[in-house]
Design a protein around this ligand. Structure first.
Ligand code: G6P
Length: 620
């Protein structure tokens, strides 16, 4: 995981590094640090905690240079302490580096290096790379090479990377080699921005936005040397490469909080608009279908699809579950939803005409990317439903559909989920209309979809009621979230939201399935959140609810406006507008977002930056 920045050129580097780290904080916020070369000395400033802490440290202890590297950490090996923060110095201070990824053989390497006399200050796997690099540099010098040349430093890094098992994006500076940054990648992304006599570096393009539009995405096993003399890229096996310069697609980053107290709340309120954006230009009323610009796959091929695999992580996986129901109902295509972390190592049977859709807000989740690459390698068309334009998954997929939800900054995903569900609904309509879905049925769906943004506006009015209810439930430690059919994935998502930001335990279950075990948990201290809108199996869910009440479990019901029966059964009711079954997830997920938000606030939690989490999980 972790975010990386780097710069070499003529600007004062600290400002760029800090701004870049702020933009990369979504990749982790356990600690932050920078290193610069100042008068041929390596200066490091690093702090456990947010980038803001580092910023204060730099105010009292400034640095001055035009070359530097920076890092924001999500801890994998070793706690979030100052010592474990990056950058790490190697050897006797000859080198300094930042690392993103996981070194799987770090224990063996550390033992070997300790045997050679290297002293470790941290528990990280990354410090091993720093000492190994210093070791190879020292060896080169012993062979008579000059430590101040790029060639010697490059050789040392090349030898270092050959000993690493695992994934890495490494950015290093060398005490003797002024004005030079050398970086290498295998599995962890690095982007180089090209300016006028200056180079920018990021583990994604966000730190580069506003500085340059010309970028080079480093490929696996490439090493780049950036200096005042220019840029060189060398592949481990095939030598010098001519860089493929691409234009950075800039998206306006509306990351202003406005009148809202938290990004999560702002993003919940943005949903009428983000859902509308997901549909904009994609409803074809004449043909009663949906249309997409970037699928890059011809309709003939789409007609032949006999299986769909949706793969994702976290909230996006929950959206995938809704997608499975939608695709099977409307397009009648057998659909499987796979955790990307499982799919990447599994070898499930896939027909020749299986199409793989990755679902991802960030487009950077390591497992999702790896699962997509594995499917692509097998020759399946890979398409992405993605929010972040120009992200790694968006670039590597054969085609896809953007969410156009705008930046989602709160770590707990809200508007991305409803946008994903919206796009999956459009996809089901599109594939359905190629198959069994009639023109009138398609038209009806389009009319219902057009009403959704207004319905979501009305749904948001439940906010005050949810806030009141939260006060009564914020002290409970265990919750069940129960729903059936389209609302089963919503139950999973509601439970995940609560866990993520309030640290209360919650389990999502199909409402009927809770009889097979979870009901044993039910007592006066375990509330159940029942998603029970009107619809095909309303009476069945009511029976499940009664089973909970019979065991004294408190019940919060999410029900349709005008449902008077529910009031006699549930302890508390949150009303939402009545919609068709297949549209319910868009509506019923909203009170659950508010519920987790308010319970978290009342428990004194950091809603936008919950402990131990990151917005994007870029390690496996
Ligand atoms: C992390 C985030 C979740 C997100 C998941 C998948 O766990 O905290 O909110 O759903 O990653 O992220 P993606 O960007 O691939 O949708």
């Amino acid at each position: 995981m972790c975010g990386i920045v780097g710069y070499v050129g003529h600007r004062d580097v600290a400002g760029f590094l800090l701004e870049g780290l702020h933009r990369l904080e979504y990749r982790g916020y356990d600690s932050a640090g920078i290193a610069v070369l100042q008068n041929d000395e390596i200066k490091v400033r690093k702090k456990a905690g947010r980038v803001q802490e580092l910023s204060s440290e730099l105010d009292s202890n400034p640095v001055q240079s035009s070359i530097g590297i920076g890092h924001t950490r999500w801890a994998t090996h070793g706690e979030a302490t100052n010592e474990n923060s990056h950058p790490h110095i190697g050897g006797n201070g000859e080198v300094v580096l930042v690392h993103n990824g996981v070194i799987e053989n770090y224990i063996d390497l550390r033992n070997q290096l300790q045997g050679l006399g290297f002293v470790f200050k941290s528990q990280t796997d990354s410090e091993v790379i720093a000492h190994l690099l210093a070791h190879h540099l020292q060896e080169q010098v012993k062979l008579g090479e000059d430590a101040s040349t790029k060639e010697t430093c490059l050789k040392a890094l090349e030898l270092t990377t050959r000993k690493l098992n695992g994934t890495y994006g490494i950015v290093a500076m060398f005490k003797e080699c002024s004005n030079t940054i050398i970086c290498a990648r295998a599995g962890s992304p690095l982007v180089i921005g090209i300016g006028k006599d200056e180079y920018f570096l990021g583990s994604d393009s966000s730190p580069l936005i506003g500085y340059t539009e010309d970028v080079v995405y480093l490929s696996d096993y490439e090493i780049a040397i950036l200096s005042s003399d220019g840029m060189e890229i060398i592949h481990r096996d095939s030598g010098h490469q001519s860089p493929s310069i691409q234009t950075l697609k800039q998206v306006s980053a509306d990351s202003d909080l406005g009148d809202f107290e938290h990004y999560m709340l702002k993003e919940i309120y943005e949903q009428p608009q983000s859902i509308e954006n997901a549909m904009r230009g994609r409803l074809d009323e004449d043909e009663a279908t949906a249309k997409f610009g970037g699928l890059n796959i011809d309709p003939q091929q789409l007609r032949k699809i006999d299986r769909i695999v949706l793969t994702a992580c976290g909230t996006s996986w929950h959206a995938g579950l809704v997608g499975e129901y939608l695709l099977e109902e409307f397009a009648r295509i057998p659909t499987e939803v796979e955790y990307a972390s499982e799919l990447r190592y599994r070898n499930p049977p896939m027909t020749d005409n299986t199409m793989v859709f990755t679902i991802t807000q960030s487009g950077e989740t390591a497992d999702t990317l790896a699962a997509m690459r594995e499917c692509k390698r097998k020759g399946h068309p890979t398409l992405a439903i993605c929010n972040v334009v120009g992200s790694t998954i968006a670039r590597e997929a054969d085609g896809g559909i953007y969410l156009h939800a705008g930046p989602e900054i709160g770590v707990a995903s809200t508007k991305a989920f409803t946008s994903q569900v919206t796009v999956l609904t459009l996809l089901a309509l599109y594939l359905g209309r190629m198959r069994h879905l009639s023109q009138p049925a398609g038209s009806r769906i389009i009319q219902q979809l057009k009403e959704i943004p207004d319905i979501i506006r009305k749904t948001l009015k439940c906010h005050e009621a949810v806030k009141d209810i939260s006060e009564r439930y914020c002290h409970y430690e265990n919750f069940l979230y129960l729903g059936r059919l389209y609302n089963f994935p919503v139950a999973l998502e509601g439970a995940l939201k609560l866990k993520e930001i309030s640290y209360s335990h919650a389990e999502g279950y199909p409402a009927a399935e809770m009889k097979q075990g979870p009901i044993a948990l039910v007592d006066e201290k375990t509330p159940s959140v029942f998603i029970v809108p009107r619809g095909n199996i309303y009476p069945k869910v009511l029976s499940n609810l009664e089973e909970i009440k019979a065991r004294k479990g408190p019940v919060i019901a999410i029900a349709c406006e005008g449902d008077t029966r529910i009031e006699q059964l549930a302890d508390d009711v949150i009303y939402v507008p009545d919609v068709e079954d297949y549209l319910q997830p868009l509506v019923t997920s909203i009170p659950l977002q508010f519920l987790s938000y308010h319970i978290a606030l009342l428990r004194g939690c950091n809603v936008d930056r919950p402990r131990n989490l990151a917005k994007s999980v870029t390690v496996e």
